[in-house]
Ligand binder design. Structure first.
Ligand code: NAP
Length: 307
C-alpha cells in the first residue's frame, strides 16, 4: 500500500519513519487510532495488528488500517521494533507472559493504559533484557469502543504521558517521544505513581460520578425516568456521554488504581458534604464562592486549549 505523507508544520520528528515495524495488540478505539495516526504521519514502515477477538481482526482486515492482521500475538510482535499494548490494563499481565519470548532485542515496548502503576507492576518483571519498556498513556479518548471508533486525529493537540523507569534508555525514550509528537501530541514525562494520582482526579473520579448519577437515574420510578430523558439537556445528558464509556476498561481502571481513587473519593465526599450543609443552612455565600472558584478552573482549561 502506498502511504502518503500528510504532516502539517508542527514539530517534525528527527527522522521518519520513527520505527520500522510497529505491532499493536488490541485494535479497538485506541489501538485503531494509533495505527491510523501512525500511518497518516508515516511513522512506521509497516504496522501489524492483533486482537484476541477474531471478529475484530476480521473487521480490521476490511477497514485496512494496518498492513497485516496477525493470527497470534507472538506472530504480531516478532520482528517489531515497537510494540504497543492497546488493551485493558487488566489484560496486560497475561499478554506480556504470552509475547515475552517473541520480543525483539532493542525493541521499544509501550502501552496506552489509563493506569500506570499496575502496568509497571504486571508487565515490568516479564520484560526480557534488551527490550526497552516505557509505559505510556495518551490523554485522549471517546466513549466509543472497537475498531470502527478510532480515527487518526484522536491524539492531535492532546497530551501523552510517558512513565519511563529510572533506568530507561534515553534513545528509546527519544524514539517513543518522537512517535507521539509525530501524531500531534505533547509528551510529558512523570512517575507512574504521580500519573495515577493526577488521573484519579482528572479522569477516574469524573467517570465514577457520571456512572453514579446515570445509575441513580436508572433506578428511579418509571414516570420520573421518562422525564429525565426528555429534559436531559439540562445537565444530565453530559454525564450520560461519559457513563457510556467502555465497561471493561473502566472496571479495570478502578480495580487497578484503587488507592488513588479511594483517596480522591474521600476528599470529594467531604466537599460534597460541605456543600450539602451549605444548602441545608441556606448559606448562599458559601455556594457562590465555590461556584466562582470552579468557573475559573473551566476558564483555565479553555486557555490551555484542552476544552
Ligand atoms: P477497546 O475499544 O475495547 O479495544 C480493546 C481491544 O483489545 C478489544 O477488541 C479487546 O478484545 C482487545 N483485547 C483485550 N485483551 C487483548 C489481548 N490480550 N490481546 C489482544 N487484544 C486484546 O478499548 P480502548 O478504548 O481502545 O482501550 C484500550 C486501552 O486504552 C485501555 O487500557 C484503556 O485504559 C486505554 N485508554 C482508553 C481511552 C478511552 O477513552 N477509551 C483513552 C486513553 C487510554 P475483547 O473485547 O475480546 O476484550
Amino acid at each position: 500500500m502506498t502511504v502518503q505523507p500528510s504532516r502539517d508544520d508542527r514539530t517534525i520528528p528527527p527522522a521518519l519513519p520513527v520505527f520500522d515495524r510497529v505491532a499493536i495488540l488490541g485494535l479497538g478505539l485506541i489501538g485503531g487510532s494509533v495505527a491510523r495516526a501512525a500511518r497518516k504521519h508515516v511513522l512506521a514502515n509497516a504496522i501489524v495488528g492483533y486482537d484476541r477477538d477474531a471478529g475484530v481482526g476480521e473487521r480490521v482486515r476490511q477497514i485496512g488500517f494496518v498492513d497485516r492482521v496477525a493470527d497470534t500475538a507472538r506472530d504480531a510482535v516478532s520482528g517489531a521494533d515497537c510494540v504497543v499494548l492497546a488493551i485493558p490494563v487488566g489484560a496486560c499481565a497475561p499478554a506480556i507472559v504470552e509475547i515475552a519470548d517473541s520480543l525483539m532485542p532493542g525493541a521499544v515496548l509501550t502501552d496506552v493504559g489509563s493506569v500506570k502503576g499496575c502496568v509497571v507492576r504486571d508487565v515490568g518483571p516479564h520484560v526480557p533484557p534488551g527490550v526497552h519498556f516505557i509505559p505510556g498513556h495518551p490523554i485522549a479518548g471517546t466513549e466509543f469502543s472497537g475498531p470502527d471508533a478510532g480515527f487518526a486525529e484522536l491524539f492531535d493537540g492532546r497530551y501523552c504521558v510517558l512513565t519511563p523507569p529510572g533506568a530507561a534508555d534515553p534513545a528509546a525514550l527519544a524514539r517513543l517521544t518522537a512517535f507521539w509528537e509525530g501524531v500531534g501530541s505533547t509528551v510529558e514525562v512523570m512517575s507512574a505513581d504521580h500519573h495515577d494520582r493526577v488521573l484519579a482526579i482528572t479522569s477516574h473520579l469524573p467517570h465514577l460520578i457520571a456512572y453514579t448519577i446515570v445509575g441513580t437515574a436508572a433506578e428511579l420510578e418509571e414516570d420520573i425516568k421518562q422525564e429525565v430523558i426528555r429534559f436531559s439537556a439540562s445537565g444530565f445528558r453530559d454525564f450520560t456521554r461519559i457513563a457510556a464509556s467502555d465497561p471493561v476498561m473502566w472496571r479495570d481502571v478502578f480495580l487497578n488504581n484503587k488507592e488513588a481513587t479511594l483517596e480522591i473519593i474521600q476528599r470529594f465526599t467531604e466537599d460534597l458534604t460541605a456543600l450539602q450543609k451549605a444548602i441545608r443552612r441556606g448559606d448562599g455565600a458559601r455556594l457562590q464562592d465555590w461556584f466562582i472558584k470552579t468557573r475559573s478552573i473551566r476558564r483555565s482549561i479553555i486557555e490551555a486549549k484542552q476544552a
